[in-house]
Design a protein around this ligand. Structure first.
Ligand code: SF4
Length: 278
């Protein structure tokens, strides 16, 4: 345990567990409430899919949701992550500042659900913004109410995961209510904060195009949503479920066809929004 362990992972698909094992509960609680230290699954560089340009991404641990298609279930448990101080995270980020500017990229905080560590998230994003780095958060909206308007101002772009529109289907898919996401979406609209909606297209689970049309109409009505990303489901996280001894229900689910992905994009365009297939 400790900061000597490597933060860099080959990719977020690397299985990482128990990096903070043995840390006293009190220390974990203090870290969460002060935000001076966070728990990171990993830190990756050179991402072209987590916001505009080329990004450095910090993947946090901790998530209360249980999406059936989650490809990073090792991020669910907070103490699977490596304890990292805000100072160290920002020092690491500073190394990339000039390169990120040249590549019109920035820093993205993802997870897991980064707002499970909302104090740490606020400190890291505010610090990055002060360095002149473009900041993005990928969130499902859970704990969105824990960020003040001023803290939201330090985030240049919010990538908001909206998993399905129908409340009952959302609950079955994620274990949580869709209201968390919708509430943050409305607040971001009031603040005129740029948003990209992320939607994972899973055959048999989220491929009801009428449901997607309702998501797209809602998003289009907000006025601040710049695009909906249609992300085809894949099986790259299946081995993690197996290695963690978790019951995976999507063993027989295949990625959507190119035709279905295009149909989904067409639904988004029909609502008047830009569609980007991931
Ligand atoms: S919100 Fe993200 S990290 Fe959490 S279970 Fe869903 S897909 Fe996984």
């Amino acid at each position: 345990m400790g900061e000597a362990a490597s933060l860099e992972a080959a990719s977020p698909y690397e299985l990482r567990v128990q990096l903070a094992e043995g840390m006293p509960e009190q220390t974990v609680r203090e870290a969460l409430s002060s935000g001076d230290m966070g728990f990171l699954h990993s830190f990756t560089t050179g991402s072209a899919v987590d916001g505009p340009g080329i990004r450095v991404v910090a993947w946090t641990t901790g998530c209360m949701w249980r999406c059936q298609y989650c490809h990073n279930p090792d991020t669910w448990t907070l103490t699977n992550g490596l304890p990292v101080s805000v100072t160290r995270a920002l020092e690491e980020l500073a190394k990339y500042r000039d390169g990120l500017r040249i590549m019109k990229g920035g820093f993205t905080l993802s997870g897991g659900e980064p707002l499970m560590q909302h104090r740490f998230a606020a400190k890291v994003l505010t610090g990055a913004k002060k360095m002149g780095i473009h900041t993005t958060i990928e969130t499902n909206g859970f704990n969105g109410d824990k960020l003040s308007d001023a803290e939201l101002e330090s985030i240049d772009l919010v990538m908001l995961g909206l998993k399905t529109w129908d409340p009952a289907r959302h609950k079955a898919l994620t274990g949580m209510d869709v209201d968390h996401t919708v509430t943050l979406a409305r607040r971001l609209a009031e603040l005129r904060k740029p948003v990209w909606i992320r939607f994972v297209l899973v055959p048999g689970l989220t491929d009801d195009l009428d449901d997607l049309a309702r998501t797209a109409e809602f998003a289009a009505g907000l006025g601040n949503v710049e695009r909906i990303e249609v992300l085809p489901f894949h099986q790259m996280g299946r081995f993690k479920w197996q290695r963690l001894g978790l019951a995976y229900r999507l063993n027989d689910t295949t990625p959507p066809s190119a035709q279905l992905t295009e149909q989904a994009c067409e639904v988004v365009r029909k609502a008047g929004l830009k569609a980007v297939a991931g």
